[in-house]
Write a protein that binds this ligand. Structure first.
Ligand code: HEC
Length: 456
């Protein structure tokens, strides 16, 4: 059985090699639009407003603004290339495998891609200025995204000590400790994290906020990674920040408990960018109302596929990890974590009856984007006790990988960007057997296999 599904994922992984070249060709997208002319003002600007300007506007994270025609026109060819290969917007999950319902899905629809392709291929016409939609209003500063969502500022903002990264340096890991300013126990509903400044964003590779608190009553995290356990007072990771992952919202009736006297222990990975930059990392916390206690705790678990990373020069490797769920659990999201050689990652559930249920597959992993794919409440997989969570990771150490700094190097597991990792960050909520049974009795159909990995 195991050999069978390994082979099917291998086939899935290898098809990625051809994906950009074969599947998403411009004419295939353009053909569906018929003879209707496509212009910037009427057809393209509304798409850019909806899917691009969040990042592509002045003083935001992207290299150029895509607001006006004059700003966008010089980028037409690059835009076509990036949207057809589904590199932009940075949403790299395979649309044919596993769960497809996500919160905050920023991807383009096929029809939107077809519109952009047709616009570029017909010479990128401006169109009638009267068709131009009113400019979209953006909040004054780039504040907290969830503040917009919830309509109120965070209850707590916790800042790491400042760090100065010199212009030239080896990678650095900054691990200060910060007190959490609480006088009574409170439950966390959502967290958001970010570097303090736009300059800081450039040097911050990723940042972890571990929770250090003495909580003898806390149930143990049954699927903790070795590195998640750092002594009796380590309560696990509260949040991980990387470009493309900004926040975690816990599902209804789930959360994390913060106790007075606890601390955030930061683990911030900086890399030098040729300019001296000083910055901190900030964590915003939204709490449940006083006295309101969610039923379940959520744990951030790193499901690894990295026990024996041994990546020879000029090779593509495949590694597997198997993790038994010791209690029924809800998986809230999928966030592949790899470094420069990362190529693709799949996660699937091997149910106790042997059925294989594909969950998610990021086929076009790009190290610049650690996008977090958060399932909608009704789509998040609910798995019985004894399920094996199977993670498969592919690394590409050849010159075909544009992010590869040197295909002649052997690469193994390690912290530095030039070393490798391979794990899926997943928010796991363990539920009682009773709640699982209740769920299963109304969701029989969902346990059937789906997606191509189990179709054979
Ligand atoms: C989440 C933020 C974000 C969104 C949404 C986004 N982009 Fe980007 N884009 C970036 C960043 C950051 C870069 C530079 C890093 C990179 O290339 O990955 C970039 C790079 C690009 C580039 C390459 C520029 C170059 O230097 O060659 C193109 C073209 C592009 N984006 C087009 C788009 C289009 C079109 C959309 C919407 C359909 C979009 N992007 C949505 C953040 C974003």
């Amino acid at each position: 059985m195991i050999a069978r599904f390994q082979t099917s994922w291998r086939a899935a992984g290898m098809s990625v090699v051809a994906l950009g070249v074969l599947t998403f060709s411009g004419p295939a997208f353009g053909a569906s639009l018929g003879d209707k002319p496509v212009t910037f003002t009427k057809d393209v600007a509304p798409i850019f407003q909806e899917k691009c300007q969040n990042c592509h506007r002045k003083d935001s994270m992207a290299p150029m603004s895509l607001i006006t025609y004059v700003e966008s026109r010089p980028w037409a060819k690059a835009i076509e290339e990036r949207v057809v290969t589904r590199q932009m917007p940075p949403w790299h999950i395979d649309k044919t495998v596993g769960i497809q319902k996500f919160q905050y899905d920023m991807s383009l629809s096929d029809a939107q891609i077809a519109t952009i392709v047709k616009w570029v291929d017909s010479g990128s016409p401006a169109g009638d200025p009267k068709d131009m939609p009113a400019p979209k209003k953006w909040p004054e500063d780039d504040g907290w995204q969830l503040a917009r969502e919830y309509g109120r500022p965070p209850d707590l903002i916790i800042k790491s000590d400042l760090y100065t990264m010199p212009a030239q340096s080896q990678d650095q890991w900054w691990r200060p400790l910060t007190n959490i300013p609480l006088t009574e126990p409170r439950w966390v509903k959502a967290v958001e994290m970010k570097p303090g400044t736009a300059a800081g964003r450039r040097i911050t590779h990723h940042a972890l906020a571990h929770l250090v608190q003495h909580d003898p009553d806390a149930p143990e995290n049954p699927n903790a990674r070795g590195s998640d356990l750092r002594g009796p007072d380590e309560a696990g990771t509260l949040m991980e920040w990387a470009v493309g992952k900004n926040y975690d919202i816990y599902r209804p009736d789930t959360g994390k408990l913060l106790l007075p006297g606890s601390h955030i222990w930061w683990d911030i990975h900086y890399h030098a960018v040729g300019e001296k930059i000083t910055d901190d990392v900030q964590l915003a916390v939204w709490l449940y109302p006083k006295g309101e206690e969610p039923k379940y705790r959520t744990y951030l678990v790193g499901f690894g596929a990295e026990t024996r990373l041994d990546i020879a020069p000029n090779t593509i490797t495949e590694n597997h990890g198997y993790h038994v769920l010791k209690q029924p659990a809800i998986l809230g999201n999928f966030q592949p974590h790899m470094h420069l050689r990362g190529k693709a990652m799949a996660i699937e559930a091997i149910l106790p009856d042997g059925t294989i249920q594909p969950i998610s597959y990021v086929g076009a992993f790009n190290f610049n984007w650690m996008t977090n794919y958060i399932y909608t409440d009704d789509a998040a997989p609910v798995l019985p006790k004894g399920t094996i969570v199977h993670v498969t990771a592919w690394h590409d150490n050849t010159t075909a990988n544009k992010n590869n700094p040197d295909s002649r190097q052997w690469v193994g597991y390690g912290d530095r960007t030039v070393d490798e990792m391979a794990h899926a960050w997943v928010n796991v909520t363990y539920i009682s057997d009773e709640d699982y049974e209740k769920w299963a009795s109304t969701h029989k159909k969902d346990t059937a296999p789906r997606g191509r990995a189990s179709a054979q």
